[in-house]
Design a protein around this ligand. Structure first.
Ligand SMILES: [Zn+2]
Ligand SMILES: [Zn+2]
Length: 435
């Protein structure tokens, strides 16, 4: 090899190594700062868990988040999008890209059955039914972890290249409107080069996983109202019984996925989530309503499920002299992980979890409002497993269960994963997405 050629190569290697070295010292800094706030993460999460708020009602949670972000000296906006959305901007000391990170803040109408000192005793009336309110999807952890990332980054602001945007969104669990869309319309994604998010779920404590391509399903809501003719329970032939018709419809709906879809194009689920009709034992009611969810990956399947539901419900109703109104409301689209970001960030998750991260082989049928942020800028969404080690993973309660539980010790892993993923993009840059 020619001597000055060799020198050029050496220089190039040194220049390449400089950002890498800077990044590794910043990684050490993230680890140190995360360890220092572990007890704060727990305190925030317990506070939020004990005071859960349903979608669009996250006033207390948003105020807690905003107060913390202001105490860090960040530029904070509240009531973003006319809902309790909170956005904070942290400008690093050096030029670089803008990376957004998102946490959802809403709880669910679920009555908590986990016996922890910070158990929720909040109650509400939802869809006319009295129920508890619980962080049964782990959004309390998401919120606490992003508060933690903000504190970690605020302490190293001068060394950071680029800008970090913290998005705290309400109403993830309230499709079709959700919380992302109003915030996007308020301009929160302007200038954002990439957006990151994570979700907790059951699994070995502290394990991280990701998936290339689709990581959440399209999630649509449906409603069927079956109308018969009310009559005395002792004289059914004088009326039209919508309960019997509804039972046939529920049974026949099970054939939509199994008989009408080409499942080689992706999995699909059709669920009846609620059914209601009647008031007492000797009255056949006038009508029955039922609601549920549709989960698909294939756009053709997404359309076909709605078509088949209408055909089935209307024809069964007609066969009995009843009518069925079927409406489908399109909700969140599928969350697609950006291929370039997956390539860059999978090794980061691997490093953060000391080799315990893995690419998930299974497609989750969960829906995610994060998909809307990921439609605007390249997105990366990953999973963090949070089951306490004392709990048997066989038959462990999943998200939305009244028995869902999460170990606080998972949170430092999540903070380090989010912060290091953001750091990788801040330091290394984000390629523009191919149009
Ligand atoms: Zn959920
Ligand atoms: Zn969730």
């Amino acid at each position: 090899m020619h001597r000055h050629h060799r020198f050029t190569l050496l220089l190039a290697a040194l220049l390449c190594a400089a950002p890498a070295a800077a990044q590794s010292s910043l990684t050490t800094e993230i680890d140190r700062r995360t360890a220092a706030i572990a007890s704060k993460l727990t305190a925030w999460r317990h506070d939020i868990h004990q005071h859960p708020e349903l979608g669009y009602q996250e006033k207390r949670t948003a105020a807690l988040v905003a107060a913390h972000l202001k105490s860090l000296g960040l530029d904070v906006q509240e009531n973003v999008g006319g809902i309790p959305g909170v956005v904070a901007v942290l400008k690093g000391g050096k030029p670089g890209p803008t990376i957004a990170m998102r946490a959802d803040m809403d709880a669910l109408p679920v009555t908590e059955l986990v016996d922890v000192p910070y158990k929720s005793t909040v109650r509400t009336v939802y869809n006319g039914v009295e129920t508890g309110v619980m962080h049964a999807c782990g959004h309390d952890l998401h919120t606490a972890m992003l508060m933690g990332v903000a504190e970690v980054f605020a302490g190293m602001r001068a060394q950071l290249p680029g800008t970090v945007k913290f998005l705290f969104q309400p109403a993830e669990e309230v499709p079709p409107r959700g919380g992302a869309q109003p915030m996007i319309e308020a301009g929160v994604m302007q200038g954002v080069d990439a957006v990151l998010g994570l979700h907790v779920g059951p699994g070995p404590l502290g394990t991280l996983s990701w998936r290339s391509g689709a990581i959440s399903a399209a999630s649509d809501a449906w409603r069927i109202v079956v109308r018969g003719r009310q009559t005395h329970g002792a004289f059914p032939s004088n009326g039209v019984d919508p309960i019997v018709v509804s039972a046939e419809i529920v049974t026949a709906l099970q054939t939509v996925v199994s008989r009408s879809l080409d499942l080689t194009q992706g999995p699909a689920v059709l669920t009846v989530g609620a059914i209601h009709g009647g008031l007492r034992e000797n009255i056949i009611p006038d009508s029955v309503w039922m609601i549920g969810t549709i989960r698909t990956f294939d756009p053709k399947a997404r359309e076909k499920v709605g078509v088949r539901m209408k055909e089935i419900a209307q024809h069964i109703a007609a066969a009995h002299g009843a009518t069925a109104d079927v409406s489908v409301t399109l909700g969140y689209g599928s969350t697609i992980n950006d291929a370039t970001l997956v390539g860059r960030l999978a090794p980061v998750l691997q490093r953060v979890s000391a080799g315990k991260a893995f690419e998930s082989k299974t497609q989750s049928m969960a829906g995610e409002d994060f998909s809307r942020f990921a439609n605007v800028a390249p997105g990366f969404f990953f999973n963090l497993s949070v089951t306490p080690p004392s709990v048997d993973l066989m038959g462990v309660a999943g998200n939305h269960s009244p028995l869902f539980q999460a170990d606080d010790n998972a949170m430092p892993v999540g903070v380090r994963a989010m912060a290091n993923a953001a750091l990788e993009l801040l330091v290394g840059g984000v390629p523009k997405r191919a149009q």
